[in-house]
Write a protein that binds this ligand. Sequence first.
Ligand code: NAG
Length: 355
Amino acid sequence: MRYICLLSVVGLALATPSLRSASEPAKILESLNTLRQNSFLDWIVSVLGPDYPDTSASPAKRECPACGCGNINTRHRIVGGQETEVHEYPWMAMLMWFGSFYCGATLVNDQYALTAAHCVNGFYHRLITVRLLEHNRQDSNVKIVDRRVTRVLVHPNYSTVNFDSDIALIRFNEPVRLGIDMHPVCLPTPTETFAGQTAVVTGWGALSEGGPISDTLQEVEVPVLSQQECRETSYGSEKITDNMICAGYVEQGGKDSCQGDSGGPMHVIDEKQSYQLAGIVSWGEGCAKPGSPGVYTRVSNFNEWIAANTRDSCACSQAEEVAPAEAASTTTEQPEMATAQTSEGPEVVEAELLA
Ligand SMILES: *[C@@H]1O[C@H](CO)[C@@H](O)[C@H](O)[C@H]1NC(C)=O
């Protein structure tokens, strides 16, 4: 598991211990346990303030301005295990636990990020922060955008045994303002296997196996394998489920995602030059070892699950021209805001430039 070791350590510190002792009166232990939980929650509330309302079940009707997904910001592209340009990948997000970076994530619309289930499963959602517009973790620029988390949705089929369906949605306490610097990636074409295509993986993960995580956002190009090619590697056919997609240099190794990249994006570029989220960094045997490619969550199998669970957000379309009449009507209508805390509403700036 990429970065799973650190995850399990911090995760354990917060887990409520289950009652196993048969010799102690169960009721006393139970009430002690409840007390401990209650005071822990009191402490959280005192530190973070009251819980944010989760309005996703009965969302306020929002007017969504037109916007495009998957456009990178770059002037000169040379990929091969190197630092990205600042804000080159406008959907790149990081997850922080008690203020420290621990996983990657990807913006998929104006209120949700996608990540790996193993990055959030068992984590108390209120202690996770999502940070966008980060580049150098040691020297955060003024533009960074932080969001608290109102809800984490781990896929119901996620397996901690074989990491099948390693995917989760994170809902922000408030939408982000989309524009050139920050906008979502496109979801992948559902019928594509992406086998043989070149993918780009981005993250702040370790630059080498066992090495320290990176200060600056890195990118690496890796070839996507077919399911059969991946099952013929050292992993064997049982470990690679249909919900996984492998990428890497099987023969020579050398380039791969690594510890700390978990939850981040593996992109492919479509014929319109839009970036699609083909995979989510999930697991691998070591990093960049020959015979052990990186294994990613196959996002195209989850497009419907993502759509069904993010209906309260504004999504962007894929490199489509927006008809002038349509664009005008979205800007002249007053957005309808039912909840007080979103009175300002999600503004979408420079949407016409993105569309
Ligand atoms: C979970 O897996 C089962 C069996 O493969 C499938 O029928 C079901 O649709 C999956 N659940 C979701 C939410 O995708």
